[in-house]
Design a protein around this ligand. Structure first.
Ligand code: F6P
Length: 363
């Protein structure tokens, strides 16, 4: 009988609760014991009541709730080996032999590292007499399965991360609201959206709202971008448009990697294009609130697949991450997906923007 724990880690995203619900219920459906770890890896390191054996009823109502009801954290202790040693002990005390982690690439890398270290951690616990050889015997292998929860849609090898479509919908609603006031006053708005290394939200919001200009980290504008932007904006105005919307990803920069800020863009639109301009930073509004239908479905299907992956796992199977590729739920090697994701950031760092865009296209 497998004992499967689920936790949410890193920045929350709408749909995470749906994945917790699906993992818990699919585990129970398959005769396994299900556990929720509270407050992300912090809960794993602290143990005790932070790791709860849960039943079918405990996740009732989770599907439509935003954020993560079991809490999340960006945990420092788990980054260090002593923290992971405590976590390993706490899991064995609770009899847990599989862990499903819903989080971003950092959280998933941490999980796989934990799995790689697992045998060493167990021997250390025995050496230090914290556990006996008898106690660790049934826990020779730890299964880790990743689910990607992030509004940024920034993991390679999956078409959509849990939360990205809810966030996009929220951004579009916000831009639509700004549109009405912008049109009334014939104003320009510079709207900053999230996405530190990934421009998916800004790009798709631009497409979905008909923005005049967007800035994303993977494809910075050319050296003459200031003139180009003002020219485009003025052209749209000359065609009768009464508003101007420029969407900027928080990680936007120019080709020299100098940050392009909303206030800089505002100044340009004011001074060079002669427009009455305001800045709106959407901030955490775009990460909060009810999950869209797509994220509820994605979270549920992926949570179910995560439990199947635990049940299918052999000691040789590399840790999988559950992905959505061309509308199909599939498993991919977690470390490969993370490595591929890192390549995009590296290409941006190296100012090789063609490569960054090619890698994104290949996703
Ligand atoms: O990774 C998700 C994300 O929402 C990013 O888009 C954003 O840069 C970051 O988290 C904000 O993090 P925090 O909530 O810790 O400020």
């Amino acid at each position: 009988k497998r004992r499967i724990a689920v936790l949410t880690s890193g920045g929350d995203s709408p749909g995470m609760n749906g994945s917790v619900r699906a993992v818990v219920r699919m585990a129970i459906h398959n005769g396994c014991d299900a556990f929720c770890v509270y407050e992300g890896y912090d809960g794993l390191v602290q143990g005790g009541d932070m790791i709860k054996h849960v039943g079918w009823e405990d996740v009732r109502g989770f599907l439509s709730e935003g954020g993560t009801l079991i809490g999340s954290a960006r945990c420092m202790a788990f980054m260090e080996r002593p923290g992971r040693l405590k976590a390993a002990k706490n899991m064995i005390v609770k009899g847990i032999d599989a862990l499903v982690v819903c989080g971003g690439d950092g959280s998933l890398t941490g999980a796989d590292k934990f799995r790689a270290e697992w045998p060493g951690l167990l021997s250390e616990l025995v050496d230090k007499k914290e556990l006996t050889a008898e106690q660790i015997k049934p826990f020779e292998h730890l299964n880790i399965v990743g689910l990607v929860g992030s509004i940024d849609n920034d993991l390679s090898m999956t078409d959509a991360t849990i939360g990205c479509y809810s966030s996009l919908a929220r951004i579009c609603e916000a831009v639509d609201s700004v549109d009405t006031t912008a049109t009334s006053h014939q104003r320009a708005f510079v709207i900053e959206v999230m996405g530190r290394h990934c421009g998916w939200l800004a790009l798709m919001a631009g497409v979905s709202t008909g923005a005049d200009f967007i800035f994303i980290p993977e494809s910075p504008p050319g050296a003459d971008w200031q003139d180009e932007m003002c020219k485009i904006v003025k052209k749209h105005r000359s065609m009768g448009k009464r508003k101007t919307i420029v969407i900027i990803a928080e990680g936007a920069h120019d080709q020299q990697l100098n940050k392009i800020t909303p206030s800089q863009v505002k100044d340009l639109l004011t001074k060079k294009a002669g427009l009455d301009t305001r800045v709106t930073t959407l901030g955490h509004v775009q990460r909060g609130g009810t999950p869209a239908a797509y994220d509820r479905m994605l979270a549920t299907l992926q949570g179910v697949e995560a439990v199947k992956a635990v049940l299918d796992a052999t000691p040789e199977t590399p840790s999988p991450v559950i992905c959505m590729i061309e509308n199909k739920i599939v498993r991919r090697p977690l470390l490969e997906a993370v490595a591929q994701t890192k390549k995009v950031a590296e290409a941006i760092e190296a100012k090789d923007f063609d490569k960054a865009m090619d890698l994104r296209d290949a996703e």
